[in-house]
Design a protein around this ligand. Structure first.
Ligand code: HEM
Length: 490
């Protein structure tokens, strides 16, 4: 064949190749467009660090870490992706997603396990245990949060509050959050291990504080790091708990019934020594390590959350005179009825209907735990987008609490909105599903008790109304600690 006769063949071949390439390109572009449409909107930011810098900026802005989520929720809608500290995250903020993820009927989601946090609270903690282990642990601890325990907490907490408030008028400025952290810490220690010695309480509170700070620190265990301080503090907390357990066992074996303890530890050890309840079934018996890790967990879970929620509640109350007037009317009536007894009882709380709506409204507005992190166990679809196995998925409770389609006029502080039941899956201050807060009834009761004593005892004025949020804390709280000056209500 000469050159001339080869030419049309080459042209034909070239055309075929061009057509084939065009088709391949088209398919690739279509696939890319399709998969881009399938993944949630948002940005993965810079390689490796993702949007970590933007996250840190919002933490340092005084608006708090939630600002990072809030601004993206506005930009991208109820489902968006981001990348933080080298990991992909998706945030979801519809009641339907909350139901699917938190109730987890599909079994497709699990709580996020962070190794460095497990080193601090213990890997047998409810916060870190595997799904299966968590179920076993929770079945033990849920029994402790009975109506009887709540009634005892109400009485004890009221005593603590009355005692603490008695000195406030002579103090000049009271930094509300600081005092509330102390009161709630004492309440937790009394409920869990009957610890009341002031010196021991002070030292334990300091150590638990170091553990909490370390939970947010970079997990580098070197002598000068915050993380190391937390690990050392955990060791000291464990020693205190070991000593307490040893003393309890000695009391039991020597039949010393003079020290009768009405606390969670005693109940856990009673199950331990009760042959019918435990020795026949070793698989369900709690080990000392499980007991210790979870006592520390419950102190952390109950102290800071409740103190922060109480501080927000006083702030909202101070800003809403009409609500305060309603409340004063209700609470002075109840104070008169209960004047013959030194401390409130659980039954007294059932009459405080407006106060309990006030508590719910404060919890909605404050969203002390703003989002709930989970991990996706298999590829799935949420809100029309594909989410890959291994991705972190966060239910943004705060956005749901402030969604005008869920709560009308969501930024208005209005306890009467709870005259009616909230919409399904929309009230999430304590989470939902198999990980719901174990202390929710107790926390609400504590908030009502404090409200009753505080507003029937004092008027107050705010010394520093700075709304900035504290930088590195586990739960949203005011940087100023909300300093107030009180005077007796006559
Ligand atoms: C206003 C106060 C409180 C708030 C806002 C609060 C909020 C929460 C939330 C949102 C969760 C679930 C997080 C998730 O699903 O990932 C939780 C879990 C938990 N809370 Fe609370 N809490 C409060 C008070 C308490 C108190 C007083 C206790 C008593 C010790 C407590 C004990 C616990 C425990 C043990 C868990 C872990 C439950 C589990 O993983 O199974 N909380 N809390």
């Amino acid at each position: 064949m000469d050159h001339i006769s080869l030419c049309p063949l080459i042209v034909l071949l070239l055309c075929a190749v061009i057509l084939a390439l065009r088709k391949i390109f088209k398919t690739v572009i279509q696939d890319h467009e399709k998969s881009a449409a399938d993944i949630p909107p948002g940005s993965h930011g810079f390689p490796v660090i993702g949007e970590t810098l933007q996250f840190m900026l919002s933490v340092n802005s005084g608006k708090g870490f939630y600002e990072f989520v809030r601004s993206r929720r506005i930009r991208y809608g109820s489902c968006f992706r981001t990348s933080l500290f080298g990991e992909a995250h998706v945030f979801l903020s519809t009641t339907e997603s909350a139901r699917a993820v938190l109730n987890n009927e599909s079994g497709m989601f699990t709580k996020r396990y962070i190794k460095s946090i497990a080193a601090l609270v213990g890997d047998r903690s409810l916060l870190c245990a595997s799904q299966h282990h968590h179920k076993i642990l929770r079945s033990h601890f849920i029994n402790l949060f009975s109506k009887k325990s709540t009634a005892l907490m109400v009485r004890n907490f009221d005593e603590l509050v009355v005692d603490a408030l008695s000195g406030w008028e002579h103090r000049g400025t009271v930094v509300l959050l600081t005092d509330l952290l102390q009161i709630t810490f004492k309440a937790m220690c009394k409920m869990l291990i009957s610890l009341e010695n002031e010196e021991e309480l002070d030292s334990l509170q300091r150590d638990v504080g170091f553990v909490c700070e370390a939970m947010l620190a970079f997990p580098l265990n070197l002598p000068w790091t915050r993380f190391h301080k937390g690990i050392m503090a955990r060791g000291r907390v464990m020693e205190v708990l070991e000593k307490t357990i040893r003393e309890r066992r000695n009391e039991t074996s020597s039949h010393n019934n003079n020290n009768h303890h009405e606390d969670f530890l005693q109940q856990l050890l009673a199950v331990d020594s009760d042959g019918s309840a435990s020795s026949s079934d070793h698989s369900t018996k709690l080990t000392d390590a499980e007991i210790k890790d979870n006592i520390l967990t419950m102190i952390i879970a109950g102290q800071d959350t409740t103190a922060s929620a109480l501080t927000w509640m006083v702030k909202y109350l101070g800003e809403n005179q009409k609500v305060l007037n309603f409340l004063i009317e209700e609470q002075t009536r109840i104070a008169k009825q209960a004047s013959d007894k030194p401390f409130l009882e659980l039954d007294d709380l059932t009459e405080m209907t407006y106060a309990s709506k006030m508590v719910k409204e404060s919890l909605r507005m404050a969203s002390v735990v703003p989002w709930f992190p989970r991990v996706v166990l298999q590829d799935c679809e949420m809100e029309g987008y594909k989410i890959n196995k291994g991705c972190n998925i966060n239910i943004d409770a705060r956005s749901i609490h402030l969604d005008p389609n869920v709560y009308s006029e969501p930024h208005k502080f209005n306890p009467s909105r709870f005259d009616e039941e909230a919409k399904a899956n929309s009230f999430l201050p304590f989470g939902m599903g198999g990980r719901t807060c174990l202390g929710l009834n107790m926390a609400k009761a504590m908030m009502v008790v404090f409200l009753h004593r505080f507003i029937t005892t004092y008027r107050w004025e705010v010394v520093d109304g700075d709304p900035s949020i504290e930088k590195w804390t586990l739960f949203a709280r005011l940087k100023s600690g909300y300093p107030i000056r009180v005077s007796r209500r006559l």
